[in-house]
Write a protein that binds this ligand. Structure first.
Ligand code: DI6
Ligand code: FE
Length: 397
């Protein structure tokens, strides 16, 4: 079989079934796709211009961060400091902080500035082997800025060798122009904002924040119905701070994922299992906000709900740009196993984005790889603040 590149003498975590470990493995690529991934003694006769000896290093699928707010203006370090000095959330909000301060900074930023400020965060993810990153809008809360955020997100994928999946999160917080009229804002979002986003093909999915401080299940359902009219799949920030039964609502709309889920109940788990909705857990937000109720991991596991892990990179509740640390937190804070952590940033993260062409090492999938200087996959989860990435391959290169 003729190929472009062969990686040999590797150990593979194929992630096809659990870890899917292979001791003496080979991967061959052609035109950016894997044509063979498996045991050396089962490989067909392979020839290629480029043969890379991996000296026993481990290869995993390229990592996938399936939930980020990577594009935004400014940061909220001063708010963090105020909280360390005892200020309450309300005091900070009254002093002009919170989501609205990021909205103001984002509205004031040009598309170029949004790209420039997001690139170092993207580079941090890439440096740890990320090959696909989801990016949400949601800090514009007006049409013009939401479009600008999504355009900036799309541009990140041309500035770097990485795949970007975009999500329209206009229903992140109430726009100040609609103060006291959340239903009016949702009307505007469904009738004006989302149709424009869809007509410019700027979003691959639609998300909302269903929460006491966000939008009600009824408002969320209207956003989902509008997304369906435009043929866009949905996701939901659900059950982060309270249980509004958002996960079950998302499942009824065949959502790709429901995210956060600290307050998820049995009925929500059953609904997610039935619809095949991925549970995306975000331990960075749990940690940064010093939450105490962990998501119901044992029950999710018992019901066979696929679990993804992501950074939730955002300036307010999870200023995290490390999938390796997200994995460590998933294990220490949520008791995920090593193989669940790895599946969470590969196979199940791909599923949370509706991307069937990646997330495992097997013939036909994109050739997105991370090659690691480690003795066992557990090392990827075990260390904190150490990056053993040896090389990263995106689309076969
Ligand atoms: N959940 C959160 O915790 C954040 N957004 C969301 O949907 C808050 C984002 C921020 O504070 O900027
Ligand atoms: Fe989020």
């Amino acid at each position: 079989m003729h190929c472009d590149t062969i990686w040999k003498d590797a150990r593979l975590a194929t992630m096809r079934d659990g870890m899917g470990a292979i001791d003496d493995g080979v991967i061959a690529s052609r035109d950016g796709r894997i044509v063979f991934a498996g045991a050396a003694d089962e490989a067909p006769v392979l020839e290629a211009e480029r043969i890379v000896a991996c000296d026993g290093r481990w290869i995993t699928p390229g990592l996938i961060d399936c939930h980020t707010h990577l594009v935004h203006g400014g940061h909220r370090a001063s708010e963090f400091e105020m909280r360390l000095n005892g200020a309450s959330y309300e005091e900070i909000a009254r002093a002009g902080g919170g989501i609205v301060s990021t909205m103001r900074a984002t509205r004031a930023a040009s598309e170029d500035a949004l790209v420039a400020s997001a690139l170092p965060r993207l580079d941090a993810l890439i440096a740890e082997g990320a090959t696909t990153v989801e990016v949400k809008s949601g800090y514009g809360l007006d049409l013009e800025t939401e479009l600008r955020m999504l355009r900036a997100a799309r541009r990140l994928g041309t500035e770097r060798a990485v795949s970007i999946a975009t999500t329209f999160l206009g229903a992140h917080a109430l726009s100040p122009e609609f103060a006291g009229d959340a239903d009016g804002y949702i009307d505007h979002l469904c009738k004006v904002m989302l149709p424009t986003v869809a007509s410019e093909s700027l979003a691959d999915a639609v998300d909302a924040f269903c929460e006491g401080i966000g939008f009600t299940p009824e408002q969320t359902a209207r956003v989902f119905a509008a997304a369906a009219r435009h043929g866009l799949p949905v996701k939901l920030h659900a059950e982060q701070l309270s249980n509004l039964h958002g996960a079950a609502l998302a499942a009824r709309h065949e959502a790709l994922s429901a995210d956060h889920l600290e307050h998820l109940d049995e009925a929500g788990i059953a609904a997610m299992a039935a619809s095949g909705t991925v549970a995306t857990l975000l331990p960075g937000a749990f940690y940064f906000c010093r939450e105490t109720q962990a998501p119901p991991v044992a029950a999710l596991r018992a019901s066979g709900v696929p679990i993804a892990l992501a950074t939730d990179c955002n300036p307010g509740t999870s200023p995290l740009t490390s999938l390796l640390l997200a994995m460590n937190m998933g294990a220490t804070l949520f008791r995920l196993t090593v193989s669940e952590c790895l599946a969470g940033v590969t196979r199940n993260a791909a599923r949370a984005l509706g991307l069937a062409d990646r997330g495992t090492l097997e013939a036909g999938k994109r050739c997105d790889l991370a090659i690691w200087d480690i003795d066992s996959p557990a090392e990827l989860v075990y260390r904190m603040g150490f990056n053993p990435l040896h090389a990263r391959i995106w689309s076969g290169k």
